[in-house]
Design a protein around this ligand. Structure first.
Ligand code: ZN
Length: 153
């Protein structure tokens, strides 16, 4: 829960900096946080998702065995690009606060047009990855960040 709360904090930071509200933490097998990032798409590169950055950080800084036993905590379920990066670098478990299905529902309610990339459950993209979520205690906070992003009261 500590790492998931940090993900929501990072997502809040992202929103306040003009980026989309997503944040992620990479933790070692013993729970030690190793790296964290938040969404950084506002400058124009729409691939700057935190889960993608963490997968590349893991590839550069961790052994295959360390990656396999690590966990990525994240405020929102990985998109297909990030799920693929996670699978390609051989990272372990994913725990997300809110699912892609929840996000699609929220964006539809807010009248936001569908994104150019389809949302898919992580396991459709990376079937061997153990996935946990959503986490109802924190999902409403993430919902609120998306409402703020799209100017809802
Ligand atoms: Zn992504």
């Amino acid at each position: 829960m500590r790492h998931l709360r940090r993900c929501v904090e990072l997502a809040t930071e992202a929103l306040e900096a003009g980026d989309e509200p997503f944040g992620s933490v990479l933790a070692a097998a013993d729970g030690t946080p190793l790296a964290e990032d938040r969404n950084r798409v506002a400058l124009g590169d729409r691939t700057r998702h935190p889960e993608f950055e963490l997968a590349r950080w893991a590839a550069a800084n961790m052994t295959p065995a360390e990656r396999a036993t690590a966990t990525v905590y994240t405020s929102g379920e990985h998109c297909p690009m990030c799920a693929a990066a996670h699978g390609w670098v051989g990272l372990g478990r994913i725990v997300y606060v809110s699912s892609s299905e929840q996000l699609s529902g929220w964006l539809a309610e807010l009248g936001v047009p569908a994104p150019p990339v389809r949302t898919l459950p992580i396991q459709e993209v990376a079937p061997a990855v153990v996935v946990e979520g959503p986490v109802p205690e924190l999902a409403e906070a993430v919902h609120d960040l998306h409402r703020r992003l799209h100017g809802a009261p």
